[in-house]
Design a protein around this ligand. Structure first.
Ligand code: ATR
Length: 278
């Protein structure tokens, strides 16, 4: 069978997804194609009609359509519904079902190098409260983590995340300054804002002076590969986790939903890093 896969979004011409999914197709030794279906808001209904007509097996959804895509689905996974965002659509016997693989992809990428990190004793600090933070919050909770504090520039947005009642966890909303002062108590610090991303690579949302050296600092930004925050964490002797690994594993999860193949992709993390370094 030839898998017809792809991505919708705008703009997407620089997306790494075609490269990533070609790696997966090769690894799985199946025939398939992963194409970019770009279109602005006005073009979206036509783009989706085309995907229906060709009988696409599955596609990813990126900015700015992660929410509007819901209107075109036949079914939505419970997590994606709670998170109000869909990044993966699967064609099941002609019906489109939407999922969110961001949070789970993040957790898989983290467990690969740190298999014993996540449990009910793990104390997590989440930096940021946007769409990415929501998915990660929910997925960490699914791993039994029961303390996830949220630090964000806007207090209200962090409160909004809590008001979604994503689960039964202990969460305090903190300012970045408060988070810095109590940093020593966290085992995992997850940076989900766009601060530090190219071209403004100089920023970091918190200073790490009080960091616990056994902690893992994770940054979902992958351009640059090593953000200033991760560089700082390394210099202080803490453990780090790079954002490009999340990108790879959320793709792996989507690929699994489309093809039923659960691939071992750990060796592709370095290959993706080399690709990103150009
Ligand atoms: P995403 O879906 O990528 O998470 P988002 O929903 O727009 O994007 O969320 C962006 C996050 O980055 C928010 O936590 C935002 O903080 P505010 O809620 O205070 O706006 C954070 N963010 C973006 N730019 C920032 C900056 N310059 N300084 C601090 N936080 C920033």
């Amino acid at each position: 069978m030839l898998y017809k896969l792809g991505l919708i979004g705008h703009p997407i011409s620089h997306s790494l997804s075609p490269w990533i999914h070609q790696q997966f197709l090769d690894l799985a030794e199946v025939d398939g194609e992963y194409k970019l279906y770009e279109g602005d808001h006005e073009a979206l209904p036509e783009v989706l009609k085309h995907l229906k007509e060709i009988g696409i097996d599955g596609f990813n959804v990126t900015v700015p359509y992660k929410q509007v895509i819901v209107d075109y689905l036949d079914e939505i996974d419970k997590d994606a519904e709670i998170l109000r965002a869909v990044n993966t659509v699967v064609n099941i016997d002609g019906k489109w079902k939407g999922y969110s693989t961001d949070g789970e992809g993040y957790v898989r990428s983290l467990k690969e190098p740190y298999p014993n990190l996540l449990n009910h004793e793990t104390t997590v600090l989440l930096l940021g409260a946007g769409g990415a933070a929501r998915g990660i919050y929910r997925a960490l909770m699914g791993q039994g983590v029961d303390t996830i504090d949220i630090a964000n520039r806007s207090h209200d947005k962090a409160k909004d995340l809590l008001s979604l009642r994503l689960g039964d966890v202990n969460s305090n909303v903190l300012s970045y300054q408060e988070a810095e002062q109590q940093l020593a108590k966290y085992d995992l610090i997850v940076q989900t804002t766009s601060v530090g991303m190219k071209p403004n690579v100089e920023g970091q949302v918190i200073q790490l002076d009080q960091i616990n050296k056994d902690a893992v600092v994770s940054d979902i930004v992958y351009q640059p590969i090593t953000t200033q925050l991760l560089h700082d964490a390394s210099e202080r002797g803490a453990n780090i986790h790079h954002g490009h690994a999340m990108l790879l594993y959320q793709g792996q999860l989507a690929f699994e939903k489309w093809t039923g193949k659960n691939l071992d992709v750990a060796h592709l993390v370095d290959k993706l890093e080399n690709k990103l370094r150009g």
